[in-house]
Design a binder for this molecule. Structure first.
Ligand code: PMP
Length: 417
């Protein structure tokens, strides 16, 4: 039994009532993006109807309302990830922008020729490309922690990569392609042993498990609002105050300055130093509402229920003839990546869509890890707390039918319908 009323929760998400090809939508594409509860939708329209203003600048009532709403959202993010200081939370467009900010600002300052940056084989392209660009510009080297056949990082191999030239270890907490939960706390502690800074990509973890940046002891933690039931176009970069304070701004403009003359600019303190220009105020406020919603259900309740759902789904998908699960680590969240003999992943995705079931098929912006398993694409159902056992049954029924049709075709030689 789930520790909350899933059917009541589902009623909070209007889009889950959509009908696709005559069937009620089954949304199993949560790793790509999550849906928004009515409270988030309402909070954004309330902002535009009653609070809309630019922040910080004008001394009028709506500016004060907008500023309070925006800063209230920052405080919600702080609490959600247990950061010690609200000024350490910087609003950005999302995970991608957060990582690029760190690469462009901290990286430009601290990475030099011969230095090494470590990522894992599991990373999303957003946690590969910015480091590759930085390494190319600086003459530094990108090194990769390999994974075992279950898709878990090999800690012993990681230990061998660490040395005095290691300046940064940037690692995902949950793989978006396989669902592997990586041992980030251990990875961070080992990095600290050689004096390297650490960044945790929390894009796939924030909606599935409790985050405590103080317990993790990373230098940076980044995530996207749209993957945790908030709006698109907003996310957060958290960094340790001492690290952020030493970093140069990455963009210049309004909001981030204390004083400007043609000779010289004095920057604002954090977080404004990193928030040049008019930010995504309304969506930051929407993210705050999403965090309130998740907090009300309880992230530990969510983690427990999703774990049961994932076990159920895996248990029923695995034995289907022709199904090959990619990513079988003992510690996983949300994701069941697989391929099905006799079908392209696009064909499987299309057959599921015909039944109203949404999954992502493709390379999931993580080509290196899929190639590690000898595939270019997978079918990737991914769960959230509003999914049900019944929805997984519908997924399994379609995959079983496809598998059965393939076997019939193989024995009778007839072509696929
Ligand atoms: N990292 C991981 C692990 C992700 O899953 C994603 C989104 N698929 C990203 C980074 C990039 O996030 P965004 O596109 O929201 O910037």
């Amino acid at each position: 039994q789930p520790p909350f009323d899933v059917h009541a929760v589902r009623r909070d998400f209007p889009i889950l009532q959509e009908r696709i090809n005559g069937r009620q939508l089954v949304w199993l594409d949560n790793a790509a993006t999550t849906h928004k509860p009515q409270t988030v939708i309402d909070r954004i329209s309330h902002f535009y109807a009653h609070e809309n203003s630019n922040i910080h600048r004008a001394a009028h009532a709506l500016a004060a309302r907008a500023t309070d709403a925006y800063e209230g959202a920052r405080e919600r993010v702080r609490r959600f990830i247990n950061a010690p200081d609200v000024n350490e939370v910087i609003f950005v467009r999302g995970t991608t922008e957060a990582i690029n900010l760190v690469a462009k600002s901290w990286g430009a300052q601290h990475i030099g020729e011969g230095d090494e940056i470590i990522v894992s084989h599991l990373e999303h392209h957003a946690n590969i490309v910015p480091w590759q660009q930085l390494a190319a510009a600086k003459g530094a080297k990108l090194r990769v922690i390999p994974v075992d056949d279950s898709g878990q990082v090999l800690l012993d191999e990681y230990r061998k990569l660490l040395n005095s030239r290691t300046k940064l270890v940037s690692i995902t907490q949950v793989s978006n392609a396989l669902g592997t939960i990586t041992p980030v706390k251990q990875i961070i502690a080992l990095a600290r042993g050689v004096g390297a800074k650490t960044l945790v990509d929390g894009a796939q973890s924030v909606s599935h498990m409790r985050i405590d940046v103080q317990d993790l002891d990373a230098d940076f933690f980044v995530f996207s609002g749209h993957k945790v039931f908030g709006p698109t176009g907003i996310g957060a970069l958290w960094g340790k105050r001492a690290v952020l304070e030493q970093m140069p701004p990455w963009q210049g403009g309004g909001n981030m300055i204390a004083d400007v003359t043609f000779e010289k600019t004095v920057y604002q303190a954090i977080p404004n130093k990193f928030e040049a220009g008019t930010g995504n105020i309304a969506d930051a406020v929407g993210l705050g509402a999403a965090i309130d919603y998740v907090t009300r259900i309880g992230i530990d309740n969510i983690a427990r229920y999703e774990h049961q759902l994932l076990e159920y789904g895996t248990h029923h998908l695995k034995p289907i003839p022709g199904v090959r699960l990619i990513g079988t680590a003992s510690d996983k969240a949300s994701v069941m990546s697989f391929v099905l003999d006799g079908y392209t992943t696009e064909e499987v995705g299309k057959a599921l869509n015909e039944e109203g079931i949404a999954v992502r098929t493709g390379h999931h912006c993580a080509q290196p890890i899929l190639r590690r398993f000898g595939v270019e694409t997978t079918v990737r159902p991914s769960l959230a707390f509003y999914n049900t056992y019944g929805e997984i049954d519908r997924l399994v029924a379609v995959i079983s039918r496809l598998a059965c049709q393939r076997r019939t075709t193989a024995t009778t030689g007839s072509t696929l319908p």
